[in-house]
Design a binder for this molecule. Structure first.
Ligand SMILES: [Zn+2]
Length: 283
């Protein structure tokens, strides 16, 4: 078991009819919590880093603390850059040791998105790094990329065919009505669109905006072909909620290690629950 890109783990997932969880980690502790949860369940995992998180540490420093965690893991682990809109930064992460990257040109006109994605794919594949792409607009806020609800556009199947054929990406995130952040009101997912895109897509499909979807929705989308499911907001809630709970429980204690251990357990529990669901371990 080792540090891998997304190719084999997503191919296996697609074939096996389950999904691999991709969790947005924010530091060493959350990365360890996520990997330990995956190890306990003997399932592969994708550690995702937002651009904002990578910039906070710097590419080199972040990879330095991630390398031993993923290198010593007892399961397959990929380290994936989430929603990068900057070609140069994406290539810098490919060179910096990420095993997978998402280039998000979904706000651009299709020809420009294709041209940029091709550049990324060329740089990535030369280093055995996988690439995820997106079409349509996934509403909500992810890493300072704001998409208002009225701007929401579901992926167009004809555009998807052209995009997939031209770019040769390894994983594809079409907008089907899921949203980043916390859902307000009813979630309107176009299941038929998702099924249709999966029927012609040469690569596995990715579900963004996983936090807050019901168990039934997850299972339905996985049965229709979702091979990677992104979970970011639930990790943030577990992390910050864990801190609040601990300091409320022990207002007079000042022990960072105990606080960290408590928060880590909370993060681990969220990861474990999602992996169990996505891997269909309880079915
Ligand atoms: Zn996303």
């Amino acid at each position: 078991m080792s540090y891998v890109n997304m190719e084999k783990i997503l191919k296996d997932a697609r074939k096996g009819g389950y999904a691999v969880g991709a969790f947005n980690i924010v530091n060493q502790m959350t990365a360890k919590a996520a990997v330990e949860a995956a190890e306990e369940l003997s399932c592969p995992i994708i550690l995702q880093t937002s651009v904002k998180t990578v910039k906070q540490f710097g590419i080199e420093e972040m990879m330095q603390f991630l390398k031993p965690i993923v290198g010593n893991a007892k399961v397959d682990v990929a380290v994936h850059l989430d929603h990068s809109t900057d070609v140069d930064f994406t290539i810098a992460c490919i060179d910096g040791g990420w095993s997978s990257v998402m280039y998000d040109g979904s706000k651009m006109p299709l020809p420009e998105n294709i041209a940029n994605t091709k550049k990324i794919v060329e740089a990535a594949h030369a280093k055995d790094v996988t690439v995820e792409g997106e079409l349509g607009a996934i509403v909500g806020v992810e890493d300072d990329i704001v998409v208002d609800e009225d701007q929401s556009a579901l992926a167009n199947p004809e555009d998807c065919k052209v995009y997939l054929e031209e770019t040769k990406i390894d994983a594809f995130a079409p907008a089907i009505g899921t949203a980043h952040g916390v859902y307000k009101g009813e979630v309107k997912i176009d299941y038929d669109l998702f099924e249709n895109i999966n029927s012609f897509s040469p690569c596995p499909l990715v579900l963004h905006g996983g936090t807050g979807l019901s168990t039934g929705t997850f299972k339905r989308l996985i049965s229709l072909g979702a091979a990677k499911v992104n979970i970011s907001t639930a990790i943030k809630i577990a992390y910050c909620g864990g801190m609040r709970d601990y300091t409320k429980l022990r207002p007079d204690e000042n022990d960072p290690l105990k606080l960290d251990a408590f928060v880590k357990d909370k993060v681990k529990e969220v990861v474990r629950n999602h992996i169990t669901l996505f891997s269909l371990l309880e079915d």
